[in-house]
Design a protein around this ligand. Sequence first.
Ligand SMILES: N[C@@H](CS(=O)O)C(=O)O
Ligand SMILES: [Fe+2]
Length: 223
Amino acid sequence: MLSLVIPSTPLVDQDFSRLSPYSPRDHYSLHDLVKDIKAYLGSDSGINSSTIDEAYLQGLLRKYMSNPNDWFRYFYNDYSKNYTRNTIENINHKANILLLVWNPGKGSPIHDHANAHCIMKVLAGELTETVYHSPEESSGKEKPLVVKSETRHGINDVTYISDDIGLHRVHNPSTNQIAVSLHLYTPPNAADYGYHIFDANTGKASFVSQARSFLRCDEGKEK
Ligand SMILES: N[C@@H](CS(=O)O)C(=O)O
Ligand SMILES: [Fe+2]
C-alpha cells in the first residue's frame, strides 16, 4: 500500500499496490521519457503538427511503465475540480507534458485538441474515453454529436487522438478511486492559443482561450 501524501492537499489514501514502488536500475523513467521526447522534437523553435510521427511518440509512452516514484512530485489534486492539470514539462512551442489527476466519477467536457496531437497514458486507475465525430461545420444546423467509440483504458494503456479522429471526453468511471494520466500535446496549441468545448445535444462549440495547468513550484496557482 502506497499512500500519496501531498503537502497542502488532503491525504490521498489510495492503494497503488499494483504498481511497484521501487525503481529497478534499468527502469525507463519518466525523466528518460521526457528526454527522449525532447530529443525527438529537436532543438529548432516551432514545429508543425504534420511533421510529427505520432506513432513514434506513442511508442515512447508505451515503453514507459507507470511508477508513482517518478510522477508523484507533480501530483496535485484540487478536489473542487473534475480534474487537475499539472505541468510536468513545457517544451517551448513544441509540446507540453502534463500529469492529470481525475476525481472519482468526474471527467472533461467534450473538446477538440486545437489541431495538435494528444497522446494519453493511464498511470493509475482507469479512464473511459468517449470519442465523437466532429460536427459538420458547413451545415450550420444544431445536431446532437454522434458517438464514434467508447473505450475503457487501464493502467499503462496508451491512446491517441487528434482533430482528424474527432472530439472526445474522458472520465474516471470509479466511484471512489482517483485516476492519474500522462498527456503529451504537440504542438502545445491548446495552452498557447486555446481550444473548443462542445455541447453534446447541439454540437455547438464554445472557445476556451487557454488550457491552464498547475506548476508544482507555484503550488495552488494555475498557470
Ligand atoms: N485534453 C484534456 C484532457 S482529456 O480529456 O484528454 C486536457 O488537456 O484538459
Ligand atoms: Fe483531451
